[in-house]
Design a protein around this ligand. Structure first.
Ligand code: FAD
Length: 117
């Protein structure tokens, strides 16, 4: 592509943001401390306020109000984020992601070994 080192458009920003969010959720502890739980909850609330696409941010804030991020362990958080991402996928007419595959996609790599090189 001729576009190099340019400001991110909405799609590039979204792809990067989801990558970061899913990876953060995948690395979140199994047994987080109270302070980690409080901080993770604050992280999502603040992220949803500063996400630099105004109507995306508003939708995500509403989602978080109705269905706040569960911070009790990585698995709850990862599954919640997968459902939240699927809600956006549906809104945009994209296929839903199979949330049973979220660890393979974002943490362990695919079982066929295609990520091990
Ligand atoms: P993306 O949706 O960016 O996904 C990247 C990769 O994540 C996929 O290739 C797939 O491997 C994996 N993936 C897909 N779904 C899931 C899932 N459910 N769980 C785990 N992994 C998954 N765009 C808009 O036009 N309008 C909006 O209102 C809007 N709201 C957004 C809100 C947030 C919080 C974020 C982070 C992004 C938002 N976006 C919005 C951007 C949009 O979601 C996409 O990122 C963008 O359209 C690029 O899509 P993509 O097809 O490259 O894949």
């Amino acid at each position: 592509s001729l576009r190099t080192d340019c400001p991110l458009d909405k799609e590039e920003l979204g792809r990067s943001a989801w990558g970061l969010l899913h990876t953060i959720a995948a690395k979140y502890p199994d047994k987080p401390t109270r302070s980690e739980q409080r901080d993770m909850s604050a992280f999502f609330h603040l992220f949803s306020k500063f996400y630099p696409c105004d109507y995306c941010a508003e939708d995500f804030q509403r989602h978080i109000q109705v269905d706040p991020p569960p911070t009790s362990c990585y698995e709850e958080l990862s599954q919640w984020l997968c459902r939240a991402h699927n809600k956006v996928n549906v809104k945009l007419g994209k296929p839903e992601f199979d949330c049973s595959k979220v660890d393979e996609r974002w943490r362990d790599g695919w079982k066929d070994g295609s990520c091990d090189y």
